[in-house]
Ligand binder design. Structure first.
Ligand SMILES: C=CC1=C(C)c2cc3[nH]c(cc4nc(cc5[nH]c(cc1n2)c(C)c5CCC(=O)O)C(CCC(=O)O)=C4C)c(C)c3C=C
Ligand SMILES: [Fe+2]
Ligand SMILES: [Fe+2]
Length: 329
């Protein structure tokens, strides 16, 4: 038996202010995510950001909450089941970097069942020091605690042919169902520009993935737009921003805009609320027509098959790392 952990970001346990505060505190005290010195950051976080943000964000979660709970966790759990169904001989667990089910505990659970060969697949197609490297931190700590465990992490799969085909296929299916929009906007989660200048390969991978998806769809440069969403804080993040771009496209009178979020493996707050609600409203308010959101790959068979193949192949050649220390910034 071998083990596979599908590691996603994390999400609150409930759409309540308390649960959101606990989640945001864990997430935003990770120095991979926010690099402000703790002596400055902790008081700002505890006395300004968390009290202000938690109730507002809790209301947003309430709008998208499912019977099964948080969309991010529900879709990740279903995706793990879909991948497991394609991987006999493997035990597959969903896990979260922040909150529950905790990543470190999932690795320990597999180890406790006698499984020594464990692959951790961060559900981030593009590598970033803010996300993937933080998963690697937890894997490094688990490796040190668990003698005899051979734990590998898949670094990224931003241009994996199976994944690119799955994303392109989801866009083609959307076109078949609703007709084709005038433009296809690909919106990725942003990160501070400073990190990219310091060597984070994230933006280059978003660009390369966008080119691969456009090529698979036979789209030219003028038909696609790459943007970055979800800016947090005052610093300059990767440009162009999604919100400013959809407002511009609305002003320019775009009648039908297709929007896809290939940096998100499953639907979550950032896609269902920020993109499909907030950005859709902003597009129409600026004078745009139909804003048509293309769902994430979620637990689709094309997605499960692409991920299973990446893991079976031992990761993307040259990018699957058994010792992740070299990646640490
Ligand atoms: C400094 C702050 C943040 C960085 C850097 C960042 C990078 C980053 N995040 C994702 C994926 C997701 N982020 C999600 C929510 C979210 N992200 C931040 C901040 C940063 N993200 C916050 C504060 C939040 C919580 C919501 C809010 O308060 O606005 C989610 C959704 C979680 C859910 O429960 O649905 C995802 C997914 C990536 C891929 C990334 C860098 C590449
Ligand atoms: Fe985020
Ligand atoms: Fe957001």
């Amino acid at each position: 038996m071998r083990g596979l952990v599908l590691a996603n970001l994390g999400t609150p346990a409930a759409p309540s202010t308390d649960a959101v505060r606990a989640y945001l505190r864990e997430f935003l005290t990770d120095r991979r995510v926010v690099q402000i010195p703790p002596l400055l950051w902790k008081p700002l976080l505890d006395f300004v950001i968390l009290p202000r943000r938690s109730p507002v964000v809790a209301e947003k979660y309430a709008e998208i909450w499912m019977d099964e709970g948080s969309p991010l966790l529900a879709h990740t759990t279903r995706l793990a089941a879909a991948v497991a169904a394609r991987m006999p001989g493997w035990k597959v667990l969903p896990a979260m970097r922040y909150g529950q089910p905790a990543l470190g505990a999932a690795i320990e659970k597999l180890h406790g069942e006698g499984i020594r060969d464990i692959t951790v697949l961060p559900l981030y197609p593009q590598y970033s020091t803010t996300t993937t490297a933080s998963v690697e931190d937890v894997v490094d700590a688990a490796r040190a605690r668990l003698p005899g465990a051979r734990i590998e992490t898949v670094r990224d799969y931003h241009d994996d042919p199976g994944w690119v085909a799955a994303v392109a296929g989801s866009i083609r299916a959307h076109w078949a169902a609703y007709g084709r929009g005038e433009k296809l906007l690909l919106s990725f989660h942003g990160i501070p520009e400073r990190l990219v200048k310091g060597g984070d390969p994230y933006a280059a991978q978003c660009e390369a993935g966008t080119r691969a998806i456009a090529a698979a769809l036979g789209l030219g440069r003028e038909e696609i737009v790459l943007t970055y969403q979800s800016r947090f804080g005052r610093e300059r993040w990767l440009q162009p921003y999604t919100l400013a771009t959809v407002e511009r496209l609305g002003r320019e009178g775009v009648r039908r805009l297709d929007v896809v979020c290939p940096g998100f493996s499953v639907d979550c707050l950032e896609t269902l609320e920020e993109i499909a609600m907030q950005n859709a409203d902003a597009f129409r308010a600026a004078g745009g027509g139909e804003f048509r959101y293309v769902a994430c790959l979620n637990d689709s068979s094309a997605h499960a098959e692409a991920l299973a193949e990446i893991v079976r192949a031992g990761g993307i050649p040259g990018r699957s790392v058994s010792d992740t220390s070299e990646n640490h910034a």
